[in-house]
Design a protein around this ligand. Structure first.
Ligand SMILES: Cc1cc2nc3c(=O)[nH]c(=O)nc-3n(C[C@H](O)[C@H](O)[C@H](O)COP(=O)(O)OP(=O)(O)OC[C@H]3O[C@@H](n4cnc5c(N)ncnc54)[C@H](O)[C@@H]3O)c2cc1C
Length: 374
């Protein structure tokens, strides 16, 4: 394993979400890149509340996005990381075991809903009445074709931004259904009072009943026909932990200023799996682009610059015709300045569609990803 300056480097990117895809696309023109991702199609995870409400169109075949980039897509799961040997063991979707060697590794395995035991973790396994963003399509199937009282009672657990997006989208799609939003503390505690006022009135308008200070430990405690668990996210860092990478107290991989693992600097980390930033698509793409930049610079024998990111807005959709744009102070605190209603829904939709738009454009013009960096 070596980081030879000016040579083409063998790079393995683990995870083809927003972070891994951004990194792979930026690296591809100059290095040999293998993307390990079990899915055949890129899932727009920021639209999973729309999927839960039965809307289609949040997936894009990797084959199409990666066409002409030279990136090799291995459809399988990274199963083990041998950092001493610079190798990743992959279990391919067709049951083979592959051993991939790397000079540099991009760890971008993201996160998933932190579900209590017994909640199905992946789509198609939904045999219970409990769902999460990962099984959004199963919830849509359950809700489809039901009407009136037969739609029953749905409880969304989690009063953060994802839970609210879920509850409003479902409230709009299923006006006959009785929907409750349960949250341990206050609704959208990180946002300003004007923002929270708008969220409350929107939830009220859509018939979603909000119960604050209502902590739920276990979905079995909830009196409802179906429960959508949206309480917290957990990073996908089991592989990193087993390989001995240093993690923070939340189980996210600790990185230095250039996004290298502090314990294994040949590994760069991007997106929800890394520590030091918000778990957000808004961070995943810039960290992916920057992590790639670190590898590019070091392959040239140059020092990698530090990663910097300032958030300026938080954007939410509240169904298809309402939204919220919360303006932030430079230190990340919410200002009392918000945009609501249709203009906010429009802004949010433009931002969401520009993410996949930028990734698709970057497949042909990788330099475009530099626009994500400050
Ligand atoms: C309903 C919902 C709405 C959201 N809305 C917003 C929003 O409006 N704005 C915002 O900024 N963020 C939003 N988020 C958060 C955002 O989706 C995540 O922060 C973002 O997807 C993180 O990107 P990532 O690339 O780090 O990881 P992920 O998107 O989690 O991608 C990780 C990839 O790794 C793959 N993978 C997992 N395990 C393995 C393995 N062993 N081997 C190989 N591949 C593997 C997965 O299949 C996946 O494709 C939302 C999330 C949800 C659920």
């Amino acid at each position: 394993m070596g980081m030879t300056a000016h040579a083409r480097t063998e790079i393995v990117v683990l995870g083809g979400g927003y972070a891994g895809l951004a990194a792979a696309l930026r690296l591809a023109p100059q290095h040999r890149v293998t993307l390990v991702e079990p899915r055949e199609r890129f899932v727009e995870r920021v639209r999973l509340h729309q999927v839960a409400a039965g809307q289609a169109g949040a997936v894009h075949p990797y084959e199409k996005i990666l066409a002409g980039t030279g990136i090799r897509h291995v459809t399988g799961r990274a199963a083990r990381l041998d950092t001493a040997g610079g190798r990743v063991e992959v279990e391919t979707n067709d049951g083979q075991h592959l051993d991939l060697g790397y000079d540099r590794l991009v760890y971008a395995l993201g996160s998933r809903t932190k579900v209590p035991a017994l909640v199905p973790a992946t789509a198609g396994t939904g045999t219970t009445r409990v769902y999460s963003a990962e099984t959004a399509a199963d919830l849509a199937t359950r809700m489809a074709g039901r009407s009136g009282k037969r739609n029953g009672r749905l409880a969304v657990v989690g009063g953060g931004l994802t839970g609210i997006e879920m509850a409003t989208e479902l409230g709009e799609a299923h006006p006959d259904c009785e929907i409750r939003l349960l949250t341990a503390g206050s609704l959208a505690a990180t946002l300003s009072e004007p923002a929270r006022r708008h969220l409350r009135s929107t939830l009220d308008r859509l018939g979603v009943r909000v119960q604050e200070d209502a902590p739920v430990e276990d979905p079995d405690e909830v009196d409802a026909d179906a429960v959508l668990w949206s309480a917290a996210m957990t990073p996908t860092t089991g592989l990193a932990a087993e390989a001995g990478l240093a993690l923070d107290e939340h189980g996210r991989v600790r990185v230095d200023a250039a996004l290298r693992s502090v314990s294994h600097p040949e590994i760069v980390v991007a997106g929800d799996a890394g520590a030091g930033w918000r778990m957000a698509c808004a961070t995943a793409m810039p960290t992916g682009a920057h992590a790639a930049g670190t590898i590019l610079q070091e392959a040239r024998g140059a020092a990698a610059p530090p990663f910097r990111l300032k958030y300026v807005l938080v954007c939410m959709s509240l169904g298809r015709s309402d939204g919220l744009v919360q303006v932030l102070h430079t230190d990340d605190r919410p200002r009392d300045l918000v945009l609501t209603g249709r203009p906010a829904a429009w802004v949010k939709e433009r931002i969401v569609s520009s993410t996949i738009g930028l990734l698709s454009y970057a497949a042909r013009h990788p330099a475009a990803l530099r626009t994500l960096l400050f």
